[in-house]
Design a protein around this ligand. Structure first.
Ligand SMILES: NC(=O)c1ccc[n+]([C@@H]2O[C@H](COP(=O)([O-])OP(=O)(O)OC[C@H]3O[C@@H](n4cnc5c(N)ncnc54)[C@H](O)[C@@H]3O)[C@@H](O)[C@H]2O)c1
Length: 297
């Protein structure tokens, strides 16, 4: 099976460098027309540059088709204008990779409310803005592929990244509901948790691992998740050519004899027991399993 993006229009946010650039280059190489969005900021979200334009030049030099967009994902009107420009030039938008992001790392004790809010605004609200800006188009087309960028921090935690982790798990949650709402319209929504040596992680990777964790090795998982054959409602981890799946599971649980905290304490080991756990496909499924437990199931 060859995965082609011929005839598709893709938007990649934060594609002026790092992972977004790698996604944009490969989408274009495989035939997509690509909107390279990037505000061109520093890692902490300050400043600006024409990073998007440089990636467009790279794509064009390789024979591909792309346009630059210097809008900020935090500004809904700018994202609407970006989508309108893509539709006007190329007739639709089929793929959105929400990838733009910044860091303001500090322990929660030292983190200012402003740094918390800004990081949530760029990652979570920014992705919601871009998604909202393409949502109606994708529903009307009866075709859409959307990828949210989470992180191991969101899924599992990381010291010094409370703001980032909150935003990143929020994105996985956003994807789960949009996967349900988009299903009828062939709009599939997935989440990726990448691991790559970029400027965002440059101080974390030892020099000998920089090459092994190059961004290009995250591209296969990301592109599969926005292809015709994409699943929906999945969370994939990807780094250095290894692809993993992350699940939000639910244990069978215990129907308490007495509705008391003491009964929770007495049954805690059984509540936590993962034997027979499931992966609910919607929130309603949790309520159904409660009913089953009450009926002795
Ligand atoms: N590198 C990793 O190991 C890793 C791990 C987990 C998650 N991620 C996520 O992957 C994504 C890409 O990160 P990266 O590692 O390539 O870092 P990066 O800093 O190279 O890329 C982020 C890009 O987003 C752009 N950007 C920032 N704010 C923006 C805004 N308001 N509007 C438009 N563009 C904006 C930046 O200019 C930058 O080019 C991010 O969402 C990041 O959180 C990366």
């Amino acid at each position: 099976m060859t995965i082609s993006f011929e005839g598709r229009v893709a938007i990649v946010t934060g594609a002026g460098g790092g992972l977004g650039r790698a996604y944009a280059l490969e989408l274009a190489r495989r035939g997509a027309k690509v909107v390279v969005n990037d505000l061109g900021v520093a890692r902490d979200g300050t400043g600006s540059s024409d990073a998007a334009q440089a990636v467009v030049a790279e794509i064009e030099a390789a024979g591909g088709t792309a346009m630059a967009d210097g809008g900020s994902v935090t500004e809904y009107a700018q994202m609407e204008a970006m989508v309108a420009r893509a539709k006007q030039a190329w007739g639709g938008v089929h793929i959105l990779i929400n990838n733009a992001g910044i860091l303001r790392d500090k322990s929660f004790a030292k983190m200012s409310p402003e740094d918390f809010e800004l990081v949530v605004r760029v990652h979570l609200i920014g992705s919601a803005n871009c998604t909202k800006a393409v949502w109606e188009t994708m529903r009307e087309q009866g075709y859409g592929r959307i990828l949210m960028t989470a992180s191991s921090t969101g899924l599992y935690g990381n010291f010094g990244q409370a703001n980032y982790g909150a935003a990143k798990l929020g994105l996985a949650g956003l994807a789960k509901t949009l996967a349900l709402e988009g299903a009828k319209y062939n709009v599939r929504v997935n989440t990726i948790a990448p691991t790559a040596a970029t400027r965002m992680t440059e101080d974390l990777f030892p020099a000998e691992l920089l090459e092994r964790f190059r961004p290009e090795l995250v591209v296969p998982a990301a592109l599969f998740l926005v292809s015709d054959e994409a699943p929906t409602n999945t969370i994939l981890g990807a780094g250095a050519g290894v692809v993993q799946a992350a699940y939000v599971t639910l244990t069978r649980g215990v129907a308490l004899d007495e509705p008391t905290p003491e009964a929770v304490a007495a049954n805690f080991a059984a509540i936590m027991d993962r034997t027979g756990e499931i992966v609910p496909q919607s929130g309603a499924e949790q309520a159904m399993t409660i009913m089953q437990r009450l009926q002795g199931g």
